[in-house]
Design a protein around this ligand. Structure first.
Ligand code: SF4
Length: 347
């Protein structure tokens, strides 16, 4: 019999690593797909090959990345199963990933799917009834094997067909990680990320920014949002100015550099040529024709000075370089008083 291939959903966390290794240990080929969106692991797209090499070297897992961004932006408009504690649509997120993986099976020659889900580990998405909903609504059904909890779940196609020996699978459940850690040791896996995860939609602070868009409380409408908008919304300090301009200020050198790479042609870029301080982008509302108002420009310059490094002597006034449509001007601005701009912050 030719070697059977399994397609695993790989989050990069310990459970998904173990699920891959448990299946591979039975002599099957495991291909792992890591889905990315602007809310999780998006930066990896910039270094696909390096990531693949690192995961293979560290864990012996053959992984590839798949970008789900556009479809995910739509999903957030109305997830059928609602949101978790924050703006995390975990059940629909899993259904979406499995639906996509199910569709990829034929193309990759995979016979079944694998996830690292553990029964009862998470309150919303890993309850027994929810696991059932996820496999049913994704169409994965009997093609989905969860090796870490398989002995507590109905038999799947992989076991029925004899591709996998059920006896060598596990009956893990609950929130304790001790069995996973012991199993990791058996596989020689010692260096793995903490289970905290890196999903922005589950982050109580950052997810609020995303929720604002979908709740119609931001200058961009949910139906118009782009991946670039989401990426920008997650950087630095954010304000919506009285004239409707969206102002983003870097909080450190790294964010300043990042903002420069994210600026679009009709954005205004601000910085201080003499004093250390933030780089900022000012974006006009989509609904507005013409340039950003002079009032917003001046306020943006005052905020750049406010968040610039304070000087002990001399005037608090700062010089701000303002570049718009390839033209540069210098504005002199006093730091804006905190009481004025508190209500403009995007939190
Ligand atoms: S935490 Fe984020 S990535 Fe994980 S299932 Fe929930 S929405 Fe999806």
């Amino acid at each position: 019999m030719s070697q059977i291939t399994a397609l695993a959903l790989f989050s990069g966390g310990l459970d998904s690593m173990l699920a891959c290794r448990v299946v591979a240990a039975q002599g099957l080929r495991v291909m792992a797909v890591k889905f990315v969106t602007p809310f999780f692991d998006y930066k990896l797209l910039a270094s696909r090959e390096a990531y693949q090499k690192e995961i293979f070297k560290k864990y012996g897992i053959e992984v590839f990345l798949e970008d789900l961004s556009d479809i995910y932006l739509d999903l957030l408009r109305n997830p059928q199963h609602g949101f978790g504690k924050n703006f995390n649509p975990c059940i629909d997120c899993k259904i979406l990933m499995l639906t996509r993986a199910r569709a990829m099976m034929a193309e990759l020659g995979a016979s079944f799917l694998v996830t690292g889900e553990v029964l009862g580990q998470r309150p919303m998405s890993q309850r027994r009834d929810t696991l059932r909903v996820i496999e049913r609504d994704s169409g994965a059904d009997r093609f989905l094997l969860r090796p870490l909890s398989a002995k507590l779940l109905p038999e799947t196609e992989a076991e029925a067909q004899g591709w996998i020996d059920r006896e060598k699978l596990f009956d893990m459940s609950g929130r304790s990680r001790s069995r996973q850690i012991a199993l990791a040791r058996e596989f020689g896996i010692v260096d793995f990320p903490s289970p905290a995860g890196g999903c922005i939609l589950a982050d109580p602070i950052l997810s609020r920014r995303i929720a604002r868009i979908y709740q119609g409380k931001f200058i961009i409408k949910a139906e118009d949002i782009t991946v670039a908008d989401v990426c920008l919304l997650l950087v630095g300090r954010q304000f919506v100015l009285p004239g409707g301009g969206w102002l983003i200020l870097g909080r450190n050198e790294q964010e300043n550099d990042r903002l420069l790479t994210m600026a679009q042609e009709d954005d205004v870029v601000l910085s201080m040529p003499v004093r250390p301080g933030p780089t900022a982008i000012l974006r006009r509302p989509q609904a507005m024709d013409g340039p950003v108002s002079q009032e917003d420009l001046q306020l943006a310059a005052s905020l750049v000075v406010r968040f610039g490094r304070k000087i002990k002597e001399g005037s608090p006034e700062g010089e701000v370089r303002v570049t718009a449509e390839k033209e540069t001007q210098i504005l002199m601005a006093l730091p804006l008083d905190d009481t004025i701009f508190q209500g403009w912050a995007v939190e």
